[in-house]
Design a protein around this ligand. Structure first.
Ligand code: FMN
Length: 333
């Protein structure tokens, strides 16, 4: 896939997810074959007011490249400022979030609310594009609601103003995460513009990815919830797209070993308290694919010290290498 000047071998991109796609998780997904990774949405207003935390959230490691930083805001001046701040950090691209529909953000006129104000949206695009030499993309929903399907005209505006790619999540803002993603809108947008179009929404298996790419003709896809606790989703799907074969699932010992690494990386990145809390947000998803995982998940959720969690994961890892089972075992949720 060609994403502006970035040529990727794979069409699979890690979807930005607030609270999940931090540095450690982005790196794990890149290692498993995600073509691009991106920060979660970062507030241009917070950058404008010098938020230290938002500054830290822009950080990335060289190993993550190609890596993007996603920004949002309704004020062209603040968005231009944010674009300059991000550019100083030197990521590979900037993505503009037009999809978030949480009430606090919508009330500020940003993200999905911005799609209802074409003139302001145009000003925001122009402000960002003219404030950076980096490629700029946008990620949007199908529209505000079924009576206001904006992805087609916004994608055309993106192309006109020099953005390098668009991603469409086939749900309306009003739908939130209910219902199912509409991939016809991805196909429709692909027929309208020549810049790369990526689709997003409900890709749960390698077969979903292949089918949706074929049906919509999109250039790439974003993988969100399916990657939680399963960075191998990228390797498996890349393999499936290349060979038509779905490789066997990652063995529990490898899952447990990677969980331990993820935990260590999280603690190194954010310190013990925040690192453990962040890691725990993906534990349920990791454990779903491990025999005896429910019991492991419940135990980890009660632990605060990273060495305790690591020791428990180590015990499970050893047991799965030896082929024995911890506790009653055998259950795969
Ligand atoms: C917990 C969570 C956080 C999200 N945060 C962001 C975000 O920061 N920026 C963004 O563009 N989309 C965000 N999304 C939307 C996803 O990137 C993606 O478009 C959506 O989840 C549909 O894809 P999926 O079915 O593969 O998860 C988020 C989704 C979830 C579930």
């Amino acid at each position: 896939m060609q994403y502006g000047p970035i040529a990727t071998e794979s069409p699979l991109v890690l979807s930005p997810m607030a609270g999940y796609t931090d540095q450690p998780f982005r790196l794990l997904c890149r290692e498993q074959g995600a073509a691009l990774v991106c920060t979660e949405l970062l507030s241009s207003t917070a950058m404008w007011f010098g938020s230290e935390r938002t500054g830290e959230m822009m950080d990335f490691t060289e190993e993550e490249r190609p890596v993007g930083v996603q920004i949002f805001g309704a004020d062209p001046v603040q968005m231009a400022f944010a674009a300059r701040k991000v550019t100083e950090r030197g990521p590979d691209y900037i993505d503009i979030n037009l999809g978030c529909s949480v009430p606090k953000v919508v009330k500020s006129g940003a993200c999905s609310a911005l799609t209802k104000d074409p003139e302001r949206l145009r000003a925001v695009f122009q402000a960002v594009v003219s404030s950076t030499h980096l490629p700029v993309s946008a990620k949007m929903r199908k529209g505000w609601d079924e009576d206001d399907v904006s992805a087609p005209w916004i994608s055309e505006m993106c192309q006109e103003l020099g953005l390098c790619a668009v991603t469409i999540h086939g749900r309306t803002a009003r739908e939130g995460f209910t219902g199912t993603a509409d991939w016809d809108i991805v196909r429709h947008v692909k027929s309208l513009v020549t810049i790369p179009v990526l689709g997003s929404g409900d890709l749960r298996t390698p077969d979903d990815v292949k089918r949706r790419m074929e049906e919509s003709g999109c250039d790439g896809v974003m993988i969100g919830r399916a990657a939680m606790g399963d960075p191998w989703f990228f390797a498996r799907t890349n393999h499936f797209l290349q060979t038509g074969e779905d490789p066997p699932p990652t063995p529990p010992s490898a899952r447990l070993s990677l969980m331990r690494r993820h935990l260590r990386m999280s603690v190194e990145h954010r310190g013990e308290h925040v690192g453990v809390v962040t890691f725990r947000s993906q534990v349920a998803a990791y454990c779903r694919r491990i025999p005896g995982g429910r019991r492991l998940r419940d135990a980890v959720m009660r632990m605060d010290r990273w060495q305790d969690i690591d020791a428990m994961l180590y015990d499970y890892e050893q047991a799965s290498i030896e082929g024995s089972e911890i506790e009653e075992g055998g259950e795969v949720e």
